[in-house]
Write a protein of this length. Structure first.
Length: 235
């Protein structure tokens, strides 16, 4: 039986974290008793960690970790490595804002043997035009720097085979902010098998987004410099 670890990073998601855990925990129970739902608190300033920890007695396959604030990329990298160390066969990542649906996961799990990386393609986004614009610009940047064309490099809905992911992570810097983007590039560039499936992407279900347009621009400039520095390493 394949063991699945679902990795959910959380930063200031007190309003959403309980409902997100309630939605996703039945999925790991259905996969098998060794599978886990792993919530990683990224140094939240609100009550996210306690709210998640309070649910551990209710949801037996829930693991809640906490650490200092590092950002989304380093947090999910910690989660991926945690899953691999604990013997997961597959790792799935989604976010803690309630924008994705567990009901759409079954097609990914059914097709897990077909590809090393299965990505939920946000064909229709309900989180604002600015985010859609960023996705399209990122697509062009990745084509320019790495020579790969990806539909949705940074989608927070992805299933990965750990035997391949272990090798991919060796090429990803420890604190890389856009970790999922670089992982997608590596899988695509190395022809390790990438499949896209359309998913629903809802508006944020509660709270405020910690990333505004100024932060997006700053992150984008930093990422471009990092991408250029990594081009030879990835190629």
């Amino acid at each position: 039986m394949d063991k699945l670890y679902i990795i959910i990073p959380a930063y200031n998601e007190e309003e959403n974290i309980k409902s997100v855990i309630a939605q996703w925990h039945p999925l790991v129970e259905g996969i098998g008793p060794e599978s886990r739902l792993v919530v990683i608190n990224d140094g939240s300033r609100d009550n996210t960690y306690q709210a998640a920890s309070d649910l551990k007695d209710i949801y037996p396959q829930l693991t809640v970790l906490t650490k200092e604030n590092e950002g989304h990329g380093p947090t999910i990298l910690r989660g991926y490595k945690y899953a691999i160390r604990h013997g997961a066969d597959y790792v799935f990542q989604t976010d803690s804002d309630g924008q994705t649906l567990p009901s759409e996961f079954s097609k990914f799990w059914r097709n897990r043997k077909k590809c090393g990386l299965l990505i939920g393609y946000r064909k229709k986004r309900e989180d604002g035009l600015s985010r859609l614009f960023v996705t399209r610009v990122l697509r062009l940047v990745l084509w320019s720097v790495f020579g790969v064309w990806v539909k949705d490099a940074n989608s927070p809905y992805r299933l990965m085979r750990c035997s391949q992911l272990r090798e991919v992570l060796r090429k990803v810097p420890k604190n890389f902010f856009l970790a999922n983007v670089l992982i997608t590039v590596i899988y695509t560039k190395k022809e390790m098998g990438v499949c896209y499936y359309p998913i629903t992407f809802l508006p944020r279900q509660g709270g405020e987004n910690s990333i505004n347009i100024k932060k997006i621009f700053r992150i984008g400039c930093q990422a471009l410099r990092q991408f250029m520095a990594l081009r030879k390493r990835i190629n």
